[in-house]
Ligand binder design. Structure first.
Ligand code: F6P
Length: 332
């Protein structure tokens, strides 16, 4: 193998740079040239690329974002786009394309492989952690830390003013960030897609817990963590409803893209380093249409499509503990 290419696509995630570095350094060991496409699949279509040498990835492991830039690329869904990309890859003599991103980016890679003979390999990079085939995705650990740090701060002001706060976290349609940040911050209530019954039931549960806490403590500082895309009107609407129902002071906090930024924590740097190195080794071994991941600390590879044909479950024991604590807090 002489030449491979990489791109970062979809929502950026802390640790993508660490992964790029690992790919470039591992490829250098085997004398393989690495081409980096800028702006995700857009760069592949518009021929925005540069050769990446070991010196280009010096001192980037600690940086958030991605030196290659990222983007979502709807245009890539068409046959014409994939054919054009295949043509560009062939002209440059690229033998394998490594895509760091989420399931949408993996779908793009599989689509490309219908029109291109080279190998495609996905590396899971998304804060959402919603990809089966890897215990964690690159960026997820940092996003939890960022959310946690923010919720701890919200808790301080909630206590000081005896207020209710509804904190909305990212995750697209998955509750990994929500559940983990909520448990680690001892939030009073958590609403995530995998566990939500219906909004009315959740609202009643919150109201009865609020009542009990107020009765017991004589005041009420209360923090709810809620996943995005779950409640019509999100945290803002829920805070308004809670104020109307309880007359307590309620405030929404939407953490938003803050969760995507920042220097990656050590777990993300290590995961990204392992997956980047492993992806190159799998490319050299001739693997195609796979995604790499880590399960129980072992690098593994699976069919690319398995990333979205299966659904990843929340940590069942953590859910049980959170539920047990919630039930305890309702007891008089
Ligand atoms: O997939 C990562 C993610 O940050 C999701 O958590 C979120 O729903 C989405 O991307 C936001 O996308 P955008 O940056 O395009 O608004």
């Amino acid at each position: 193998m002489k030449k491979i290419a990489i791109l970062t696509s979809g929502g950026d995630a802390p640790g993508m740079n660490a992964c790029i570095r690992a790919i470039v350094l591992t490829a250098a060991r085997f004398d393989i040239e690495v081409i980096g496409y800028a702006h995700g699949y857009n760069g592949l279509l518009n021929q925005e690329y540069a050769s990446l040498r070991p010196r280009d990835v010096h001192n980037i492991i600690q940086r958030g974002g991605t030196i290659l830039r990222s983007a979502r690329c709807d245009a890539f869904k068409s046959e014409n786009a994939a054919q054009l990309a295949a043509q560009h890859l062939n002209t440059l003599g690229i033998e394998a394309l490594l895509v760091i991103g989420g399931d949408g980016s993996f779908r793009g890679a599989l689509h490309l492989s219908q029109f291109w003979q080279g190998q495609v390999i996905g590396i899971p990079g998304t804060i959402d952690n919603d990809i089966v085939g890897s215990d964690a995705t690159i960026g997820y650990y940092t996003a939890i830390e960022t959310a946690l740090e923010s919720i701890d701060k919200v808790r301080d002001t909630a206590d000081a003013h005896e207020r209710v706060f509804v904190v909305e976290v990212m995750g697209r349609h998955a509750g990994f960030i929500g559940l983990h940040a909520a448990v680690a911050s001892s939030a009073d209530y958590v609403v995530v897609p995998e566990l939500i019954k219906d909004t009315k039931t959740e609202l009643n549960a919150i109201l009865s817990q609020l009542d009990e806490i107020k009765r017991r403590r004589g005041h009420c500082s209360y923090v709810i963590v809620i996943s995005e895309n779950l409640w019509a009107g999100g945290a803002t609407e829920l805070a308004t409803i809670l104020h109307k129902e309880t007359q307590l002071e309620c405030r929404p906090v939407i953490l938003g893209h803050v969760q995507r930024g920042g220097s990656p924590v050590s777990q993300d740097r290590l995961l990204a380093t392992k997956l980047g190195a492993y992806a190159v080794e799998e490319a050299i071994a001739g693997k195609n249409r796979i995604m790499v991941g880590e399960i129980n600390q072992q690098p593994v590879s699976n069919e690319l499509a398995s990333a979205w044909t299966n659904t990843k479950s929340l940590d069942g024991y953590l859910v049980k503990v959170q539920t047990d604590f919630f039930n305890l807090s309702k007891q008089p």
